[in-house]
Design a protein around this ligand. Sequence first.
Ligand code: SAT
Ligand code: MN
Length: 595
Amino acid sequence: MKSPSANTKLNQWVQESAAMCQPDDICWCDGSVEEYNRFMAQMVASGMAIPLKKRPNSFLFRSDPSDVARVEDRTYISTPTKLEAGPTNNWIDPGELKATMRGFYKGCMRGRTMYVIPFSMGPIGSPLAKIGIEITDSPYVVCNMHIMTRVGTRVLDALGQDGEFIPCLHSIGAPLEKGRKDTAWPCAPIEQKYISHFPQENLIWSYGSGYGGNALLGKKCLALRIASAVARREGWMAEHMLILRLTNPEGRRFHIAAAFPSACGKTNLAMINPTIAGWKAECIGDDISWMKIGPDGRLYAINPESGFFGVAPGTSYNSNRSAMDSIKANTIFTNCALTDDGDIWWEGFDGKPPAHAIDWKGRDWTPASKSDAAHPNARFTAPAKQCPVISPDWEKLEGVPIDIFIFGGRRASVVPLVHEAYNWDHGVFMGSTAASETTAANIGAVGNLRRDPFAMTPFCGYNMGDYFQHWFAMGDKLGAKAPRIFYVNWFRKSPAGKWLWPGYSENSRVLKWMCDRVGGKVGARETPIGLLPLEGELDLTGLSIPAQDFAELMRVDVPAFKAEVPDMEKHFNRFGDRLPARLSAQLKLLVQRLG
Ligand code: SAT
Ligand code: MN
């Protein structure tokens, strides 16, 4: 296919890539509905996609059991020196990594079509948007990119003859020999998978996986790893944060951006249905926030994505009504179970489990089966516009002004339901020491404490010590207009192991307290770890939490915090002299306040 673009750099890169990967043909994606339907029909015909009788225009895919999630230990930040990648990233010298990967890319698309996907992260025309071009040999990736990003001819138009783009080269790494039948989910073995980033060149090379963030390169690769490095150079922020709007009964709007490690209910919070009278919530994004200081000096955020790539298991009308309503149609499901009447199912779905289903590996499954019907990292890909609580302003070109940042983690003990930072530096300290107990969804023993600063550990495209410094630099620029910073823990348990807080929709009560803090409506008491709600000022109307349980939920456990100081020191020491002095100063202050 002839190039529809007049961009010389783009055409050259596509030609070079084609010469290396040797596809049978090249297809430039126009982003149309017709194109989406055509690729989907091809995948149904080949057996890769299963149409779902119960959900219009929705399809189920089953990945190879070796290709079910992001592969963090095969993900690289390839900077000229290891120090630039820092202690939290895998590093290989760019020359060496490119030589290795060129070896794999050579001829890797034989027997396949090379798709060229022009996409925009952020609404086209937004001052915050960036254009990427993904080259891939996976039609599954093309269809997912249609949902997750803005794809097609309008992006090429915006790019023009000499516009800038971020090249994202992807191959599943499975050339198809002539006459051979394709497998349902072709990919390369784990030791050949590479998810590589070259931040100095704004370049992404991914090989060997067709799943999620390994393959949909606009998401974690571009919008977080590459964008975080660009943002630091250009003075803005690319964060692993949901964005939501809360409107109080008087009609005042508050915008919240929140970062949590996985398995802490981020998607649920992004789509929260408030239980407090008169308050309204709208979703703007569930995963990534790009933020820039606006003409009025405030921090404005956009959601660079246009869809949700959400974890399916555990999603139900009980846990997240809006997510369930977002996936009724036009949705791609991956590694979910298939019911006999042609619907999907997963662990944690509403109602009784089906008497019989086909599991994510394509085997018969019944409730008596020993293994899960859906893979724990099974996903739905759904258009954001289908979310019933999506904000009418979710695609506003200039974004929304952020009032509140939230950090958090999953802690059965020690950390109270909510506390506020004394100031920006203290808030950066909270983000940099954020920790969560590992769950079945993480690697490592269940219940281990893992520090995941700003929920960015796998997503920061440069030295995380420098990233901390960038947070301070942004705070200095924002001054009095900086968002207020809070830390939450929805997961505290009683000594007897009972949840102390109902969570989910009731978390709106905590959000209300934060907004009232910003609005100057409530006070706070000073504690060694930060500012906590005054007696009676966290709205518990209609909840029946025993006073004793609430006291435990809000308790500042000074000895337990003291006991964590050595772990914080150890965590900070990893960053050597890249650790900002302002963070060590904050740790000192905390130690002093703890007495
Ligand atoms: O697979 S993704 O990286 O898109 C989602 C995730 O693992 O957080
Ligand atoms: Mn995420």
